[in-house]
Design a protein around this ligand. Sequence first.
Ligand code: SF4
Length: 309
Amino acid sequence: MSHHVFGPVPSRRLGRSLGIDLVPFKTCTYNCIYCQLGQTTNLTLERKEWVPFDKVMEEARKKIRSADRIDYITFSGSGEPTLHSRIGDMTRELKRMSSIPVAVLTNGSLLWQQEVQDDLLEADLVIPSLDAPDRGLFRHVNRPHPDLAFDQVVEGLVKFRERYSGKIWLEVFLLSGITGMESEVKKIADLARTVRPDLVQLITATRPAPLDFVEPVSVEDMNRFVRFFDVPTVAVPAFSPIARDVLSKAGREEILRLLERRPCTVEDIALGLGIPPAEAEKYVADLDAHGQLRSETCNGSVYFTADPT
Ligand code: SF4
C-alpha cells in the first residue's frame, strides 16, 4: 500500500497530478487560517529526511509505470515539501525515471535559504504562495513559525526568481474581508511585480475550510482584482474540467486514499481517477453506507472525506 505517493488526483491547475507527500501530516512552516488540512500539528523550520528517500522513490516508480496518464508529478500533500532535505535529489531521480514534468507546490517560506533554492532549480514548475501584503496580515493569515520574517520570505521569492529559469506561478489565496479587498490586493500586486512570476493565480476558498470566518471572495471581485496586476494573472476557477476520456479501474482503496488527502466531490473523484461519474457515485454510495466517509456541503457542492474512525 502506498503511503507517500497518491493519485493521480484532480488538480485545479495541473490536470491529473501524481502527488508526492514528503512530510508527516501537517508538518509545516505555516499554520494558515484557510488550510483545508486543519491546524498545523508540527510547526517547524527543521529540514531533514522526514520520510525515507528510497521508499518514496520506489512508490513513485510503481505509480509511474501503472497509471494511465499523469500530467504532472507534484510535491504537495499534507505539509510543506521543502522541509524535506532531499527534495532536490528526488527531483533528479524522478527526471531519470520519466519525462513527466515535476512541480513543487510550496508556501515559499524557505526560499531565502540558498540550499532550498538549489533543491528547486531542476523542477519544471514552482508554485509558491504569497497571501499577504505586509507582516501584520502575514501573521494573521499564514500564522508562520515565529522565526520567519515576512520581508525575508518576499526577498527569498525575488532571489529565487533571479536564479531559476523554470516557470513560477505565484499563488495568492484571498479571503473575503481580510486580504480580499482592493487596498490589500493592490499591495500584493506591487510585491508580485518585484517577484516577476510567469503567472499569478488568484484563488479563494472553494473547499471546506476549518474555520467558520474563512469566507470566499465573490467571483465578481476575483475577476476585478485580476486587473490590478501587471504580470499575467488569472482567477482560478473552482475546478477546471480535464480529459474525460481516460478510463481506468478505480477501486475503493484508491478512492479512500484520495479522500484521505483532500475533500472531493463525486465529479472530482470521477475526473481524477478517470472513471465515469456514475461509477464514482456508486463507489461513494457504497463507502458511505459502510460508514467510511464524511460529507460536508460547501457553496452548494457536497465534499467527501475519508472517515478514519
Ligand atoms: S502552507 Fe499549505 S499546508 Fe501549510 S498551513 Fe498553509 S495551506 Fe496548510
